[in-house]
Every structure is written in structure tokens, then in C-alpha cells.
Write a protein that binds this ligand. Structure first.
Ligand SMILES: Nc1ncnc2c1ncn2[C@@H]1O[C@H](COP(=O)(O)OP(=O)(O)OP(=O)(O)O)[C@@H](O)[C@H]1O
Length: 588
């Protein structure tokens, strides 16, 4: 199916640090099973005591009186049961502990890995699919380790132990009782092989449902505004139906396992009952041994009915392990090693060519410089590649050709963390966390500075509205900032970027949702900060970039004009035309 090792092997590899814990858990499972099988033998010994009395098996140990034999048998039974219970407690504790540890480690590792990927990876991988992976797949492994692993070990143990007892007591009966085992195992493997792809398909379908639900919950306002509820309900229904059908397909198989195995067990049980009874009647097998063997046949074969559940759990969790390991092994974008402590903020884009998809170039050789402390603006039609250029600067993608320099250092050589610490970025659609206003402004700072938070909010023209909120800076903003207006969200995002005090400030449509008056005030604040920072500003509203030291006009991935506002008006090209359109002024 794939070049990867078996999922179990991949899980073992991942769980290396937990090897000692797993070994202890296994030891306790084995010991528990050992003490669990013994009472069956004691039944045989008890029958032997009451039937054979002075000639019983126990009499050989010097216990001639049958009443004394019974007494000792009772004491022995009590001890066996106590040990069985103690080891049951210990294995349950260990396996469940291990399940929790693995669940935690896998989730941490998977999320940690996702955080190293470019943001586009998450949208390409479908965020719902990732959610399913981080939640359900991880839980699936916990479920298996909670009970499944112990069950598998104990079935194997009881088969070996009971088999050994059978062989010690009577070989011919042992062969008969064990005849169904190969049949059961072949059957279980046959089912298992067919179940695995069905579970993989079911997991995929679950991920699709999750993606759709995720998307719809996020876009509920649009769904309702467009009265698309019925349409979306149908879409969810279709995805859920598919999930149900795939699960039903797996269930048809897994439900058949127990009845089939039971038939095989029946053969083994009937054989022991008949042939063992016959041997006992002929005096070739003791009555005590016969009683023990009848019970032990059950002990040997009956747990195998649980193979169905175990296989089920095992296959589900292996499908989940494979998905998680695939994620963990997906290549992380390369990272540079150099660090930059305090950049001056000089940026240089040299002959940048880039496309998201092979053969579909978005940027066709961009050359531009942003001297330290200067403001450079990028304007141009929608889809012309402005945000893409910023994504390259942030190191989300690497250019196919050309390089980007920060203070003369290629950003490809810099560690992404070090690079991004020099940049303060306000995205087109800023992301606010589900915390308070203050937490959002001081985002990423372990020791938030209250005075700096307020100063940043003032510079972003946000202080006034924040102060008017019910709890001021301590007001929760809601999920993704849902309790705020678009313009308020933008200003908090701007305050956050200013709080960072990074040498380079990148504003991608950072004030598009605020009114003209507020924007003018923000411009004045930014102008005061101007000298200290390099600014790369993207804007559709040209009044925003009017004061920039240099303006570049992008068109379909190429710079078609560059200059100051005044020079571009004089040049009377695309920029001047756009300016006239936006202001109604005549520049000719
Ligand atoms: N993750 C992506 N995968 C594939 N194509 C993308 C991706 N992001 C953007 N694009 C494409 O790249 C082109 C440039 O997009 P970009 O966001 O850089 O434009 P922009 O100039 O910032 O536009 P706008 O002014 O509308 O924000 C567009 O054609 C867009 O469809």
C-alpha cells in the first residue's frame, strides 16, 4: 500500500521513551493472566479432593486429611485471587497511564509539526481534516492502549498457558482442543486485512464531515444571510451519509467475526467434552483433570471471541497511527541557522520569481528595495501579487528564483524565528485570539507591559473605543474577535504590531476597514514612528500611501511603475489614473 513501515512499528519508534512503561504494563498483564488461569485448575484439584480423598493429588504433598486439603485449597485460592486483583489494578494503571501519555505526546507532536508548516499547508490539508487528526485519531490510539493492547497480550498469554497445561495433562486432548485455533487466527487475519482499508475510508469520510462542519460553523452568518441553510444541510447530510455508509461497510465485516469464531470454538469445546469424557470413563484421565480441562477449553477459546473487538480497535487505531505518522513525517520547510538580533530594517527583493503551483507564475522577477527607516508602498489591482510578496518576506514560502535580503543577509540563511522577530505584520484579515483586548495586543509577550499596551493602542487610534468597552483592556474579544467590528479588529491588530516594536512594520490592507478620519489619525501616528521603522505598506486606498517614500505599482506580478506620489502623478500612468478614479481629482 505504501513504502512506510507497519503503523505499529512506526508507533513503537515514536514511543521509544515510553518503552520501560510499556514493558512494566506488559509484565503486569502477563502476571494477572497467570493468576487468572489458576482458579480453573483449582476446580480440578477440588473435584480431585472430594472424589479421591486420601489418594488425591494434594495427598502427595503430605496433606492426607481431605478436610485439611480443602482448607489449604481455600487459602491458596484466596491468595491467587488477591494476586490476580493486585496485578489487574497495576496493569490497568500502567496501560491507562501509557494511553494518556501517548495521547498527550502525539497531540503535542502533531500540533507542533503543524505549527512548523507554512500557513497555506493548513488550508491545503483542509483544517477540518487536521482537526479530526488532532482529536479523533489521537483519541483512537488512546482507546486502543486503554484496553486493546492488554486484551491482545492476555489472549496470547492465556493461549500459551492453557495450551501448556493441556499438553501436560493429556496430549491427545490438547491437540483436539487446539485444532480450532489456527482456523480462528486465519479467520481473524482474513477479516483484519479486509477491515483495514474500510477503516481508512471511514476515517477519511469522518475528516470530510469535520471539514464541512468546521467551515459552516465559521461561515454561519453568510449561510443564514444567503438563506443557504437547506443547501448546506444537504451538503452535511451527503458527507455524513458517506461516513455512515463507509462505517456500515466496516461494521458488516466486524460484526461477522464473533459468530464465525464462536462456531470454531464450538468444535473445540464439543471435542474436549466428548473425547475427554470418553477418556475419563475409560479411566485414562482423572475426573479432576477432566473437570479442569472442560473449564480450560472455555478459557482457551472463549477469549478469542473478543478477537473481533480487538481487531476492530487495533485496525482503527492503526489507521489513525498511519495518519498521524504521515503528518509527523511530512517535510517541514527548510530553516536557516543564522540569527539576527536587532535589524536596521533594510529590505531588498532581488529578481523574485514565484508561483504557488508549478507552471503558474504569480511574481515575474520583482526587484525592489526598502531602505532602513523608509516607507515603501505596494499598490495594484487585486490578485497582482502584493500579499504574495509579503508571504515570501515572512518566509512562508521560498521564491523559485531570486532572493530577499534583510540588512544584506539572505532571509533563506536566517532562522525563521529570528527573521519573524524583526517583522511586525498586520494581515489583511487579522486573527485575534479568544482572549482579552490586552492579551491580543501583547500577543506572544510572556510579560505584558501595560503602559506599552496602552501606548500602542493610542498610536493605532484604538484607545478610545477600548476604554469604552465594559472592562476596557480586559474585555474578552470573543472567538476570532467576533465581539468587535471589522475596523476595531484591524486597529487592535495594528496596536499589536506596534507593541512588538520590531524594526520592520508590514501593513497589508491594515486600515481598509476604518473610516477616513480614523485612518488619517492613524497615518499621523505612523508618521511619528516613521523614522524609527521600515514600513512596507499595501493598500488599495491610495490616500493611505500618499506619504510613502516610494510607491510601486504592481500589475500581474510585475512592477509597472515606481516613484513618489507626486512623481507618479506627473508621470500620468496607471497610478495617476487610479488616483483620479478614487479622488475624482484631475491630475492632467
Ligand atoms: N495559497 C495560494 N495558493 C494558490 N494560489 C494563491 C494562493 N494565495 C494566493 N494565490 C493566487 O496568487 C495571486 C496573487 O495573490 P495575492 O494575494 O498576492 O494578491 P494581492 O495583490 O495581494 O491581491 P489583493 O489586493 O486582492 O489582496 C492570486 O491570483 C491568487 O489567486
Amino acid at each position: 500500500m505504501s513504502a512506510h513501515p507497519h503503523p505499529l512499528q512506526r508507533l513503537f519508534q515514536f514511543a521509544r521513551p515510553y518503552r520501560a512503561k510499556a514493558i512494566w504494563a506488559t509484565v503486569f498483564s502477563v502476571l494477572n493472566k497467570f493468576f487468572d488461569v489458576l482458579p480453573e485448575l483449582l476446580i480440578g484439584v477440588a473435584v480431585d479432593v472430594v472424589v479421591n480423598q486420601q489418594d488425591s493429588f494434594l495427598a502427595k504433598f503430605g496433606l492426607v486429611d481431605p478436610y485439611e486439603q480443602l482448607m489449604w485449597l481455600t487459602v491458596l485460592t484466596a491468595f491467587i485471587w488477591i494476586f490476580e486483583s493486585v496485578f489487574e489494578y497495576l496493569y490497568a494503571l500502567r496501560w491507562r497511564g501509557l494511553a494518556q501519555d501517548m495521547q498527550h505526546e502525539l497531540r503535542q507532536a502533531a500540533y507542533g509539526h503543524v505549527q512548523k508548516m507554512a500557513p497555506d499547508y493548513i488550508t491545503n490539508a483542509r483544517s477540518g481534516r487536521l482537526m479530526a487528526l488532532l482529536n479523533e485519531d489521537v483519541n483512537q490510539i488512546e482507546r486502543f492502549l486503554n484496553t486493546g493492547a492488554n486484551d491482545l497480550i492476555q489472549v496470547a498469554c492465556s493461549s500459551i498457558m492453557v495450551g501448556a497445561i493441556f499438553f501436560a495433562l493429556t496430549k491427545s486432548l490438547a491437540v483436539l482442543a487446539m485444532l480450532p485455533i489456527p482456523l480462528i487466527l486465519v479467520g481473524a487475519f482474513w477479516f483484519q486485512k479486509r477491515l483495514y482499508p474500510r477503516y481508512v475510508a471511514a476515517r477519511e469520510a469522518a475528516a470530510t464531515v469535520s471539514t464541512r462542519l468546521n467551515n459552516n460553523l465559521y461561515g454561519m452568518a453568510t449561510i443564514q444571510a444567503y438563506t443557504a441553510e437547506a443547501h448546506e444541510q444537504l451538503q452535511v447530510q451527503a458527507a455524513s451519509d458517506d461516513f455512515r455508509a463507509r462505517n456500515a461497510d466496516a461494521i458488516r465485516f466486524s460484526a461477522a467475526i464473533t459468530p464465525v469464531i464462536r462456531m470454531a470454538i464450538l468444535c473445540g469445546f464439543v471435542a474436549t467434552l466428548l473425547y475427554g469424557g470418553w477418556l475419563t470413563l475409560r479411566g485414562e484421565l482423572g475426573v479432576g483433570a477432566y473437570s479442569a480441562l472442560v473449564y480450560l477449553t472455555q478459557r482457551l477459546l472463549w477469549p478469542m471471541t473478543r478477537l473481533a473487538d480487538m481487531t476492530d480497535l487495533y485496525q482503527r487505531s492503526m489507521a489513525s497511527v498511519a495518519r498521524i505518522m504521515d503528518l509527523l513525517e511530512s517535510p517541514v520547510p527548510p530553516d536557516g541557522a543564522k540569527r539576527i538580533e536587532q535589524a536596521r530594517g533594510a529590505l531588498q527583493f532581488e529578481a523574485i520569481r514565484f508561483g504557488y503551483e508549478p507552471g503558474q507564475p504569480i511574481l515575474h522577477g520583482i526587484d525592489l528595495a526598502v531602505p532602513a527607516g523608509k516607507t515603501v508602498a505596494l499598490v495594484g489591482g487585486t490578485g497582482s501579487g502584493k500579499s504574495t510578496l509579503v508571504k515570501l518576506l515572512l518566509g512562508f514560502h521560498a521564491p523559485e528564483h531570486g532572493r530577499i535580503l534583510l540588512d544584506g543577509e539572505s532571509i533563506a540563511d536566517l532562522s525563521k524565528q529570528s527573521l519573524r522577530q524583526q517583522l511586525a505584520y498586520v494581515a489583511q484579515d487579522p486573527f485575534l485570539t479568544d482572549g482579552t483586548v490586552a492579551e491580543n495586543i501583547a500577543y506572544g509577550d510572556a510579560q505584558p507591559d501595560r503602559a506599552r499596551i496602552q501606548a500602542s493602542a493610542e498610536a493605532a487610534e484604538a484607545h478610545e473605543f477600548i476604554a469604552a468597552l465594559p472592562n476596557g483592556y480586559d474585555t474578552p474579544v470573543g472567538e476570532r474577535g467576533s465581539k468587535l467590528s471589522g475596523g476595531q479588529r484591524q486597529r487592535i491588530a495594528l496596536a499589536r504590531a506596534l507593541y512588538r516594536q520590531a524594526p520592520v512594520l508590514i501593513l497589508d490592507e491594515a486600515t481598509s476597514a476604518v473610516d477616513n478620519e480614523t485612518e488619517a489619525a492613524i497615518q499621523r501616528s505612523l508618521a511619528r514612528l516613521h523614522a524609527a521603522r521600515t514600513m512596507l505598506v499595501i493598500a488599495h486606498r491610495l490616500s493611505t500611501v500618499r506619504q510613502a517614500d516610494q510607491i510601486h505599482v504592481l500589475d500581474q506580478g510585475r512592477i509597472i511603475e515606481s516613484g513618489t506620489h507626486d512623481a507618479l502623478l506627473v508621470a500620468n500612468g496607471a497610478y495617476a489614473a487610479l488616483w483620479r478614479l478614487q479622488t475624482g481629482e484631475s491630475t492632467a
